[in-house]
Design a protein around this ligand. Structure first.
Ligand SMILES: *[C@@H]1O[C@H](CO)[C@@H](O)[C@H](O)[C@H]1NC(C)=O
Ligand SMILES: *[C@@H]1O[C@H](CO)[C@@H](O)[C@H](O)[C@H]1NC(C)=O
Ligand SMILES: *[C@@H]1O[C@H](CO)[C@@H](O)[C@H](O)[C@H]1NC(C)=O
Length: 399
């Protein structure tokens, strides 16, 4: 007999997992066993009939098998401003198009919510119908488990962010909370001058959005900070605070370093930044500029609790770069020799890093699994054999 986790219950378990890792961390018996391994990885195909690809994680951190579940929505492809053709591998030019467990459907302006089976985490049920978003070309989402809120960022002719509260039964009304005047089209022409990511601070008090500038037209990018109304409510304030930290121009994917006021955000034009979020003004300023040599498009970032570092990826370089979480140094560069053209969305789970190569039409999408303690690839998992096509976007993990 199969029993079903409600998403709520699942998220409580997920949080308990993080607490477990933390308390073990205080007194590690064996540092290598300190962190648990995740249960499953989730991606989206971003095809016309969009679907979620769910792949179980074994005890050794490796992937095996996998399942495909329809999202009921349509994928979408941005336009590459340099070629005027579909943006191809980096179709959404965003981080976080799949978040635990929701997926945006860029081509049909909806977001799909899923329930995860308790026994088999690859087994998904869509909750209700995909919910309509009051905007165009959604590319990124953020979930607050604490407040039961999801926010979706979109970057077409109508750009901004909308949020809804949710219960295990489904999503409430999506209300617009941010309006970005980008002068974009649907689909958008990018990758510059588009929304890159929405995410919450680690303490779930603020919604952060990164919007890429466009150096070619001197258009300044910015980072938006929008607080919740109070410590418990699911309602956000009506006005955000926007900053363009000095020296930045194409701010992309990011994360709030837990327990600090620091936002670690990539900048596709030179590498990465450590930014400070001011506790009372909500202004964001530059603390550290991390220039990555020979980088081309450093856009995605994931925090590693196990390493106290951030891993970043580059769409045009097949390597993982690990930067200390205070932005002071590059800790390691893991060059991969598996034939992938580059990497986009990534997540960490314990000592393992899961990084997506989105596929480029000839080379299939693949996930590279890296053991961060050993600094080497332990698996290169091709996605085409699962039958969801050769391309993929987004990456979330059930911890
Ligand atoms: C952008 O700014 C630079 C320096 O101020 C200027 O030389 C250039 O003409 C500007 N480009 C556009 C497209 O406005
Ligand atoms: C939550 O985190 C933000 C950003 O790091 C910080 O400025 C703020 O003071 C924190 N708020 C609480 C209530 O802990
Ligand atoms: C895809 O990537 C592979 C490996 O880097 C490369 O050989 C191939 O030319 C690329 N194909 C396209 C269409 O860019």
């Amino acid at each position: 007999m199969r029993s079903i986790f409600t998403p709520l219950y699942l998220w409580v378990a997920f949080l308990a997992g993080a607490a477990y890792a933390k308390s073990r961390n205080a007194c590690p018996k064996n540092p290598r066993e300190e962190f648990r391994v995740g249960k499953a990885v989730y991606l989206q195909s971003n095809k016309e009939h969009n679907s979620i690809i769910s792949i179980p994680i074994g005890h050794d951190g490796k992937l095996h098998g996998g399942m495909i579940t329809a999202t009921g929505g349509m994928g979408g492809d941005g336009i590459d401003g340099a070629t005027n053709k579909p943006a191809g591998p980096d179709a959404l030019s965003s981080q976080g198009s799949v978040v635990y467990l929701f997926a945006v459907n860029a081509g049909s302006n909806t977001v799909s919510m899923f329930r995860i089976d308790e026994i088999d985490a690859t087994h998904l049920w869509m909750v209700g119908e995909p919910a309509a978003i009051p905007g165009e070309f959604p590319v990124t989402a953020a979930v607050s488990v604490k407040r039961d809120v999801i926010c979706v960022g979109y970057t077409g002719a109508k750009a901004g962010a909308s949020c809804a509260s949710f219960t295990p039964e489904g999503l409430g009304q999506m209300n617009q909370v941010l309006d970005f005047d980008l002068g974009q089209t649907t689909p958008p022409t990018g990758p510059t001058n588009t929304v890159a990511q929405v995410f919450f601070t680690a303490n779930d008090t603020r919604l952060i959005s990164t919007v890429k500038g466009d150096p070619n037209t001197n258009k300044t990018g910015f980072i938006s900070v929008l607080p919740f109304k109070d410590s418990r409510s699911s309602a956000l304030e009506s006005h955000d605070t926007r900053s363009s930290p000095s020296g930045t121009s194409v701010l992309f994917g990011g994360v709030n370093i837990p327990g600090t006021s620091h936002l670690f955000v990539t900048d596709a034009s030179f590498g990465a930044t450590l930014l400070n979020l001011h506790a009372t003004t909500d202004k964001v300023s530059l603390r550290q500029k991390i220039v990555i040599e020979r980088q081309q498009a450093t856009c995605w970032a994931a925090y590693s609790q196990a390493r106290e570092s951030v891993f970043v990826t580059d769409a045009a370089a097949n390597r993982l770069i690990e930067i200390s979480d205070d932005g002071s140094e590059i800790m390691s560069i893991i060059d991969l020799k598996n034939g992938d053209p580059g990497l986009i969305d990534l997540e960490t789970s314990g000592r393992f890093v899961y990084a997506l190569s989105p596929g480029n039409g000839t080379t299939s999408a693949a996930i590279t699994v890296v053991d961060s303690f050993q600094g080497r690839q332990i698996q290169h998992f091709m996605l085409d054999k699962l039958g969801a096509g050769k391309l993929s976007q987004g990456l979330a993990i059930l911890q």
